[in-house]
Design a protein around this ligand. Structure first.
Ligand code: GTR
Length: 452
């Protein structure tokens, strides 16, 4: 596991119970910093029309612009990694704003959740300029363990009340998609309680000694193509009425929201801050990958069936192309990314570089045979493209075929730091996947302490 921390990390305080607002302090992460610039500044990279075309993947160990080779771990961390951090924001996801101070209010604690096997708490995280909407974080921690629990952090699609079947979990305050069960005129209702419980399998995580932390994506930014709600209007620069071409899209905002949740999780005594794992499905898998790539406090990354803009390479992608995703979901990425529609070969990045940013930390790419749209072949190619960076950093990277299937256990022979796990399944997150995700976390980070 990585021992490196974002520069300038300042945090204090531990979690407190019972409605006490706790200021978590300012976090200065790597995410907002352009190469060599101040956090939040736009890097000095060429316009898209001036970029050289190449059908080959950009070499992670060659500097963009100068062509200089990166031969040492020191050069990776000092030069190439920060350059890639800037490139992926500049040309694709948009720049994440500097990390704000976050305060946490524990609104409700149920120490007898799951028949006493877990403690559920609802925490409201507040941050940013006045008026920025808060995030309601649901945290469920196993009871009776001898050590702080490792935690899976992931965003949910329809509200915290859909994750568990519980009559008290607060409904989202913001807009929800009509496709969410129980949504009436884009508002959540009690009808949706527990609707996504099979996707989260909280009982499974708790039984295995893992905690879960989750929040609704719409708390950060409702998933619709406008920037008038969520966090975006609160982070405009003077004179702006909407995000500029290099500013953050929705996926970057969601990833930044995950970072705010991490700000809180690392202060919790009952959670193991060295074992924070990030997970997400589909568009939220793209988000998990970006969040893990940009925040070294995250120990393990699971982009589940994340597809284009996630694990699947853009170059040569015959399924969801860059043009297609930018047309269907114009708010997910920044405006500059649209200039690569139909000309992916101009991209100075590709998705393997996101995996390189995760290095040396472990990453599990979970895919389904029936989920051709997500394109597991292109995801496997991204893992292959990142292997050299893991090796440079003294890790095993990808071993053997790079693929583990079905119920095959993860072993030193078939599983390095990065691996694709695949089973015969469609586009879904369910218990079968969770069992293997937890197996991978046990294998990479050590199994959680058992109950006494
Ligand atoms: C699809 C989109 C995919 C994936 C998916 C999802 O429509 O084309 O990239 O993100 O949505 O999030 O469910």
């Amino acid at each position: 596991m990585s021992e490196r921390w974002p520069h300038g990390l300042v945090y204090a305080v531990v979690c407190r119970w019972g409605g006490v607002v706790v200021a978590l302090g300012a976090m200065c992460g790597v995410a907002g910093a352009a190469a060599g610039g101040e956090p939040g500044s736009v890097a000095d990279f060429p316009p898209v029309e001036a970029l050289p075309a190449s059908s080959e993947l950009p070499d992670p160990l060659v500097m963009f612009g100068t062509g200089e080779a990166v031969r040492t771990a020191e050069a990776w961390y000092r030069k190439r990694r920060p350059q890639i951090v800037a490139l992926v924001q500049h040309y694709m996801y948009g720049y994440l704003p500097e990390a704000p101070a976050v305060s946490a209010e524990v609104r409700r604690v149920d120490a007898a959740f799951l028949s006493g096997r877990a403690t559920l708490r609802e925490v409201t995280l507040s941050f940013g300029p006045p008026g920025t909407p808060p995030v309601d974080l649901l945290v469920i921690v196993p009871n009776g363990r001898q050590a702080a629990a490792p935690v899976f952090l992931g965003i949910n699609f329809c509200g915290n009340h859909t994750v568990v079947d519980d009559p008290h979990v607060a409904l989202p305050r913001s807009w929800v998609p009509e496709r969410c069960r129980g949504a009436v005129e884009n508002r959540a209702t009690d009808e949706g309680r527990g609707a996504q419980a099979e996707a989260w399998c909280v009982d499974e995580l708790i039984a295995r000694g893992y905690a879960l932390a989750t929040f609704y994506c719409g708390d950060i930014d409702p998933d619709r193509p406008d920037f008038t709600d969520g966090v975006h209007p609160h982070f405009l620069r003077p004179g702006q009425t909407e995000p500029g071409p290099h500013d953050w899209g929705t996926i970057a905002a969601w990833a930044w929201g995950l970072h705010r949740a991490v700000d809180y999780l690392i202060t919790c005594d009952d959670l193991d801050r060295r074992r924070i794992c990030v997970v997400g499905h589909s568009r939220l898998g793209k988000t998990a990958l970006l969040a893990g790539a940009l925040d070294e406090r995250i120990a393990l990354v699971v982009p589940h069936q994340s597809g284009t803009g996630g694990m699947a390479l853009s170059r040569g992608n015959q399924q969801e192309t860059v043009a297609r995703i930018n047309t269907s979901f114009p708010h997910w990425f920044n405006d500059v990314f649209c200039q690569f529609n139909g000309c992916e070969e101009l991209l100075p990045i590709d998705q393997h570089l996101l995996v390189c940013l995760v290095a040396p930390r472990p990453l599990l790419d979970t895919e389904g045979d029936q989920d051709l749209w997500a394109n597991y072949e292109q995801a496997l190619a991204a893992l292959r493209g990142a292997d050299a960076v893991y090796k440079l950093l003294g890790r095993r990277g990808l071993v053997a075929s790079g693929v583990v299937r079905d119920d095959e256990p993860f072993t030193a022979e078939n599983c390095g730091d990065i691996v694709q796990y695949r089973r015969d399944a469609p586009h879904v997150l369910n218990r079968d996947y969770w069992r293997r995700i937890l197996d991978f976390a046990d294998f990479q980070l050590g199994a959680p302490a058992s109950a006494p």
